[in-house]
Ligand binder design. Structure first.
Ligand code: SF4
Ligand code: SF4
Length: 199
């Protein structure tokens, strides 16, 4: 019983000399500790648009919408529970990260507490179906290195990106018969099968 009392006395004297342990937030800025889990933020240059974060978010705070040739991500901070699953599952490790920012108090609508980013999608050159985001395919091709030449679509996409091959702009009519030339296009898995099988 003696030691704890002495210890508490020591702490009390320390607090009198040093001042309170708490700070005067919101009048004084508070800097959280390292690895603090604040609101999650997309980093557009490091995000490749794969959608893994959208799939694992337990609170459904991340929204993903594909429209025409764009994929839009929205993270709703009013729904986020700061669990960190999105950051842990991000395939690049840096596309979405939890920040130090914890102060979400607002006098505006809580629905406005969000961040949006857009990613360009690659469409099948035969049927116009979505294949994947541009950045994701490029990320895969770069990781594979020379192995990407074993996949026709991946190889063509990579060469198009280097401006070594020209890109077909208008999607071809779905009913059109596949020809041998269609094999040399960036195709969705379905059209790739049809092109190889029927041409
Ligand atoms: S921290 Fe958790 S709840 Fe918040 S966006 Fe990421 S996965 Fe969703
Ligand atoms: S790269 Fe990361 S942040 Fe971007 S969509 Fe995929 S998992 Fe989410």
């Amino acid at each position: 019983m003696r030691y704890p009392k002495l210890r508490e006395l020591k702490e009390a004297i320390k607090a009198i000399i040093k001042g309170p342990y708490t700070n005067r937030f919101p009048y004084q800025k508070h800097t959280p500790y390292l690895r603090f889990r604040g609101r999650s933020e997309f980093h557009k240059d490091d995000c490749v648009g794969c959608g893994a974060c959208f799939q694992v978010c337990p609170a459904k705070a991340i929204e993903m919408q594909d429209k025409e040739s764009k994929r839009k991500f929205t993270v709703h901070w009013d729904l986020c529970i700061f669990c960190g699953q999105c950051q842990a599952s991000c395939i690049t490790g840096k596309g979405i990260m939890l920040s130090n920012d914890f102060d979400l108090a607002t006098t505006e609508k809580r629905q406005d507490l969000k961040q949006e980013i857009e990613k360009e999608l690659v469409l099948c050159e035969c049927c116009g179906e979505i294949i994947a985001p541009y950045d994701q395919i490029l990320w895969v091709a770069k990781r594979l290195g020379p192995l990407c030449f074993s996949n026709a679509s991946l190889m063509l996409f990579y060469l198009q990106n280097l401006s070594l091959v020209t890109k077909e702009e208008a999607p071809v009519d779905k009913k059109q018969e596949f020809t041998r030339a269609d094999r040399l296009k960036v195709l969705c898995p379905h059209c790739r099968r049809e092109a190889v099988y029927k041409s």
